[in-house]
Design a protein around this ligand. Structure first.
Ligand code: AMP
Ligand code: FE
Ligand code: FE
Ligand code: ZN
Length: 288
């Protein structure tokens, strides 16, 4: 049985509701999924309710962007798994991050206005609803208004790092973020290690050990854009260095239409044993 421990819903920048994601995951014969919305845990309850009536297990997750001083397009994201979505500290921190995202979206809209795009914040809210607003919502707005041809075109020309309508996002630093996840009873997993931007294994390994020393529990070895050699290196490294292994597709739905649940670009397969091992360690930070 295949699993997928990194998926987004329309509570952040995915386009399926949590219920629709549960239904699709069952249809795709996944046995376990984790919902890991950016800065949001609001979709978890309905997903759990929907999945309760079925054989699908849903792991409570979240994805956090970290200020780690990386250069250019390199970035560090953490996925928290098995956390308590009602933890006070988590809820209040996510509320702060979500509010900062809204403010940033206003600034991006103003920059787009100055670049000549006739778009408003009110129109953006129609696209995003109550979601934690991300650049994909802005890209979708421009696409819906036929101002661009593709989502990736908006990113490449306007929204990506170094582009004229880019506005940085409010991020947590690494130690508070790991502590936040642990405080909510969750495991802290390094999402898509490829995004750290290392070209060679030695400095990547050193970085992973630094992160482990800060409390990082595991790494997302299985990921849509990791090739099998990189995945195998990460699996071997994690075993050698006593780190947990996770894996997910980063499914978003139509924002990233080529990424399929559990399958990524087609070659991804995450065995259920990965979930079982994470589950066995999932109470590490949970109060007795
Ligand atoms: P934000 O959280 O607002 O900084 O937006 C980041 C999100 O934008 C990522 O999680 C992806 O969902 C999406 N994204 C980033 N780059 C691209 C791209 N080139 N094409 C499509 N979506 C992208
Ligand atoms: Fe996203
Ligand atoms: Fe990410
Ligand atoms: Zn993600």
């Amino acid at each position: 049985m295949a699993i997928d421990l990194h998926m987004h819903t329309n509570f952040s920048d995915g386009n399926l509701t949590p219920g629709e994601l549960v239904d699709l995951s069952i249809k795709k014969k996944l046995s376990v999924i984790a919902i890991t919305d950016h800065d949001e845990v609001g979709g978890l309850l309905t997903a759990q309710e929907q999945a309760n009536k079925t054989g699908l297990k849903v792991v409570n997750g979240v994805e956090l962007s970290i200020d780690y001083g990386l250069k250019g397009k390199s970035h560090l994201h953490l996925v928290g798994l098995f956390l308590d979505p009602e933890n006070d500290e988590l809820v209040s921190t996510l509320r702060m991050l979500k509010n900062a995202r809204t403010e940033r979206a206003r600034q991006i809209i103003m920059k787009l206005n100055r670049l000549g795009f006739d778009v408003s914040f009110a129109e953006l809210l129609e696209v995003a609803g109550t979601a934690s607003i991300g650049r994909p919502h802005i890209a979708k707005l421009l696409l819906d208004k036929k101002m661009v041809n593709t989502i990736s075109q908006v990113f490449q020309k306007y929204l990506a790092h170094g582009c004229p309508a880019h506005v940085p996002k409010k991020k947590l630093t690494i130690q508070p973020a790991i502590d936040l996840i642990h405080g909510a009873g969750g495991l802290a997993i390094l999402a898509h290690p490829i995004s750290l931007g290392y070209q060679t294994y030695i400095p990547l390994g050193e970085e992973l050990l630094r992160l482990r020393d800060l409390g990082l529990d595991g790494i997302e070895a299985f990921y849509s854009s990791h090739d099998r050699y990189f995945t195998q290196w990460l699996l071997d490294f994690a075993r050698k260095e006593n780190m947990l292994i996770s894996g997910g597709s980063d499914f978003h739905g139509e924002v990233k239409p080529d990424i399929k649940p559990g399958r990524g670009y087609g070659n991804l397969f995450i065995p259920v044993e990965i979930y079982e091992n994470l589950l066995a360690h999932s109470s590490r930070y949970q109060a007795a």
